[in-house]
Design a protein around this ligand. Structure first.
Ligand SMILES: [Zn+2]
Ligand SMILES: [Zn+2]
Length: 270
């Protein structure tokens, strides 16, 4: 009888141990998969900054002026004209245009953009849609924008105004892209960065803190069908060997981000 009791108690302990254990393992796994604290030296790959990048509390602070470090037809007649104006090159193979290049009436202007981004991005339990205006920062300090030209309006016409590096300045009309005129931005793969680094390079961060990579990975071209509805997935990358959730730019819509942020977004002021 005593032995049966001992056996019974041992079984109870074992069950409690197993269940207790599997619960906590699940939590750790979720944390490992979805929350990573990003070290300062990785943020320092963002070179287009106007002040030193700092981490304070649970945020990283990145300030840029939004002026691209590459040439563009959108420098025409600006103070940078002589150094940075370049006519559109129609032989550029890297275009998404559906018609001829259409120079929009805006020009690049110098801004003061402050990104406040979670330093330990983690998956959000709620849906956090992107808004018009900057949704992230690319390595050269130019903001990323979402897949829309206006409220749920696709980029169909706008795409023809993208320059050789796939960017353009926001329209002057206050309705379009919520937009302060002259804010240069990328809705799609920033060709300057992927050409200078590589198609599988780190390109920047979205406001929720998760990194954005180019359209290739281990020699394979990524398309939206390889990614989840937010336009990302989790695995190890060159910069994050333990694995991290990350977005990819793709040639097919929605290009950078899908149905909102995977994590909780920080803020941007300009
Ligand atoms: Zn735009
Ligand atoms: Zn990936």
């Amino acid at each position: 009888m005593y032995n049966y009791f001992k056996f019974f108690m041992a079984s109870v302990c074992l069950i409690v141990f197993l269940f207790g254990c599997s619960d906590s393992e699940e939590e750790t796994l979720n944390e490992n998969t979805n929350s990573v604290t990003i070290p300062l030296e990785i943020y320092k790959k963002v070179y287009g900054v106007t002040s030193e990048i700092t981490i304070s509390g649970s945020y990283v602070y990145i300030n840029t002026n939004g002026v691209p470090d590459h040439k563009s037809p959108y420098f025409k007649d600006t103070k940078w004209h002589d150094a940075k104006y370049e006519a559109y090159d129609p032989t550029n193979p890297n275009v998404f245009h559906t018609g001829n290049f259409n120079l929009n009436p805006n020009r690049v202007s110098e801004l003061s953009i402050s990104f406040k981004i979670p330093n330990s991005p983690s998956r959000s339990s709620r849906n956090n849609p992107t808004s018009m205006g900057p949704i992230g920062v690319s390595l050269n300090g130019v903001p990323f924008y979402n897949q829309y030209a206006g409220m749920n309006e696709p980029l169909t016409r706008e795409v023809n105004s993208f320059d050789n590096y796939n960017g353009h300045p926001a329209p002057l009309s206050p309705g379009g892209e919520n937009g302060s005129g002259g804010r240069y931005h990328y809705h799609m793969e920033p060709f300057w960065l992927t050409t200078n680094a590589s198609k599988d390079a780190l390109l920047g961060f979205l406001l929720d803190g998760f990194p954005v990579y180019g359209p290739e990975e281990e020699g394979k071209t990524i398309s939206s069908s390889d990614l989840d509805s937010y336009h990302g997935h989790t695995h190890a990358t060159k910069d994050f060997v333990s694995g991290i959730y990350h977005y990819h730019t793709t040639a097919d819509a929605p290009y950078i981000n899908g149905s909102g942020y995977y994590g909780s977004p920080g803020t941007v002021s300009q």
